[in-house]
Ligand binder design. Structure first.
Ligand code: ZN
Length: 234
């Protein structure tokens, strides 16, 4: 998983920055599909996320508790402030923060990778989870950039791992019970939740988009009915 995550983080970083490079500066001022966020908010968030994960690598290396964000309010205020910066500064910040995260992760020794650190959602996880946390951010937000990347452009093995991750998280939430069957691969997943499970079908890319709360093409229930709305995931 750890080795896969490092690969997905590298692939996702390339997909994200390639998409970003194709977006003209003024496009970043346009709204994204994410509620209330322009492209600049999104870019500030992706940059700040790398900075926050660098803090977790420091925690893993030194044992000194350095949380990702000092508070959820501070996290939001930093994104808001970042969204007011010029696009060229934001691009440079995002690229430099991503490179710093790569470098700090490469410094961890075998034992430090197992040290426990806290996610933004408050879970204690080994530092080995950091590359996965980053892969998820850059891959999914590459789609959110609106630069022409879709879920079906993301690596299939990453999409399967993403569905595994989200179905596990959603199974401890208060959303509807679901069973998910892929139409383009032999794979099924279940989400524990309220009510009788609603059977849904879709491509692996479509199911990943739906579960992550993004616009999903072709994910349907019995008789072609639309899939139920889901509560927030992260
Ligand atoms: Zn994010």
């Amino acid at each position: 998983m750890h080795v896969d995550s490092l690969r997905w983080m590298a692939q996702g970083t390339k997909i994200f920055f390639d998409a970003l490079a194709g977006l003209p500066g003024e496009e970043l001022d346009q709204p994204t599909a994410l509620d209330g966020w322009t492209g600049k908010h999104l870019l500030a968030h992706v940059a700040a996320n790398a900075d926050a994960l660098v803090k977790l690598t420091r925690w893993a290396r030194t044992g000194e508790e350095t949380p990702m964000y000092s508070s959820p309010e501070q996290r939001d205020a930093d994104i808001e402030a970042g969204a007011n910066r010029p696009a060229t500064e934001l691009r440079a910040w995002a690229a430099q923060a991503a490179a710093a995260l790569d470098a700090r992760l490469a410094e961890l020794n075998k034992q430090q990778w197992t040290h426990r650190v806290r996610t933004a959602q408050g879970r204690m996880v080994p530092a080995e989870h950091v590359p996965w946390m980053r892969a998820r951010e850059v891959m999914v937000h590459a789609v959110d950039l609106g630069a022409g990347v879709g879920f079906d452009d993301l690596p299939p093995d990453f999409l399967s791992a993403l569905i595994d991750d989200i179905t596990a998280k959603r199974s401890s939430g208060d959303g509807p019970a679901l069973t998910l069957t892929a139409t383009d691969r032999k794979a099924t997943w279940a989400v524990a939740g309220t009510g009788d499970p609603t059977p849904l079908t879709g491509t692996v890319a479509g199911l990943a988009a739906y579960l992550s709360g993004r616009a999903a093409e072709g994910v349907t229930g019995p008789g072609g009915r639309p899939a139920p709305e889901l509560p927030r995931w992260l």
